[in-house]
Design a protein around this ligand. Structure first.
Ligand SMILES: Cc1ncc(COP(=O)(O)O)c(C=O)c1O
Length: 389
């Protein structure tokens, strides 16, 4: 064979200096020296990558950075927030087990609870996570896991983390917390009694609405091993390019979160004083329905999400989004730019009007993911929207 046409990898050019940015490493497969050294890798005697679905450097670098924020060890990065939720509920439960979920989980997590898990023989119940007694009442002898989000979407109710963690500990049930809205800068669930933490990295952590990723970690090496095995078997693995982008976003996460949260606090005050606004929901406001718990859970830190209700119905909601034309009317969160979501026409459209009313979502209800704009510019944009109502 002509050696010049042999496509053997040449490796990285030698350099006594090292890059200051993580290189992107898209290699699907990794070459080992001998069958013996491959044995050593597979048996865990030495560390080495084999095949990208099983793990690759960019996912590991990102996971380690998120581990550091969560005070965790051995977390994994997967292809989306929903992949992380799936790894937990399908990777750790089996047919005949029972799970209790918060009754206002993210829409797809709710669907998983209502449709997919029962189809696989996993029983599910939903209960109100602001009330630990209600969560406890939903527990059955076969309950293995409780899954909650700390801040409900879009009604911004605050879960009783400490109460639920105490129930789980007493009953020997795993507690998984989706920390996407709250972020480890406000709450580190593992330090507060949770066993598993989940993130949609797509949101605040990556922060630029250009990548879809998730993260999950547990508080024991044995659980992490099960999560990892399920993720690589079912192909939940993330792409190296996406991991690289998210790592780049994560480096400014703390600054972005601080600015977004500061803006959100000011925007909430502005909206609360506006005559066309009926009510505002923001966790650190004294008029929030769970104000004292919010103080205890967030420990002085807020979040970037504000919900508010206009006086009026669909025509007023339409007028508002048309008037605030420079705000993206798009149902995501955690982007550098402020985004507006209208749950009755998006995330909660499958519910009847009466079901929405029962959780306080009317046609005038908006959820705002507050971005990093100058606060005066942001308030001016809301002023334009409200003037059009
Ligand atoms: C709280 C929460 N968890 C999980 C998800 C799912 O994340 P992804 O869209 O990255 O799959 C979302 C998405 O909005 C979310 O808001």
């Amino acid at each position: 064979m002509n050696k010049k046409t042999v496509m053997r990898p040449v490796g990285m050019p030698q350099s006594v200096s090292s890059p200051v940015v993580t290189p992107i490493m898209p290699s699907v497969v990794y070459a080992s020296a001998t069958p013996d050294s491959l044995d050593d890798q597979y048996e865990g005697r030495v560390h080495g990558y084999t095949y990208a679905r099983e793990g690759h450097p960019n996912a590991d670098v990102l996971a380690q950075r998120i581990d550091a924020l969560e005070g965790a060890d051995g977390g994994i990065v997967v292809g989306s927030g929903m992949a992380a939720v799936t790894a937990v509920v399908m990777g750790l439960l089996q047919s005949g087990d029972h799970i209790v979920g918060g009754d206002q989980l993210y829409g797809r997590s709710l669907r998983l609870m209502k449709e997919d898990l029962p189809r696989l023989g996993i029983e599910t119940s939903l209960a109100d996570p602001t009330n630990s007694a209600a969560m406890e009442a939903a527990i059955q002898p076969n309950t293995k896991l409780i899954l909650i989000e700390l801040v409900s979407n879009p009604t911004i109710r605050i879960a009783d983390l400490d109460g639920i963690a105490a129930v789980c500990k007493a009953r020997g049930i795993l507690l998984a917390v989706d920390n996407t809205f709250t972020t480890p800068l406000a709450v580190k669930p593992l330090e507060r009694g949770a066993d598993i933490v989940i993130h949609s990295v797509t949101k605040l952590m990556a922060g630029h609405s250009d990548v879809t990723l998730g993260y999950v970690v547990a508080n024991t090496a044995a659980l992490n091993e099960r999560l990892h095995t399920f993720a690589v078997t079912t192909g939940l693995t993330a792409s190296p390019f996406d991991c690289w982008l998210a790592e780049r976003g994560l480096l400014s996460f703390e600054l972005r979160f601080e600015r977004a949260q500061e803006n959100a606090t000011k925007l909430a005050s502005y909206l609360a004083g506006h005559p066309k606004v009926k009510r505002v929901l923001y966790p650190t406001r004294v008029d929030h329905p769970d104000a004292s718990r919010a103080q205890a859970v967030f420990q002085g830190v807020g979040c970037n999400m504000v919900s508010f209700e206009l006086h009026g119905t669909r025509p007023e909601a339409n007028a508002f989004t048309l008037g605030a034309e420079n705000l993206a009317f798009a149902p995501t969160l955690g982007d550098v730019g402020t985004t507006l979501s209208h749950p009755p026409s998006s995330s909660h459209r499958a519910l009847t009007e009466a079901e929405r009313a029962a959780i306080g979502i009317t046609e005038g209800f908006f959820r705002v993911s507050v971005g990093l704009e100058r606060i005066d510019d942001l308030i001016a944009e809301f002023e334009r929207g409200l003037a059009a109502v």
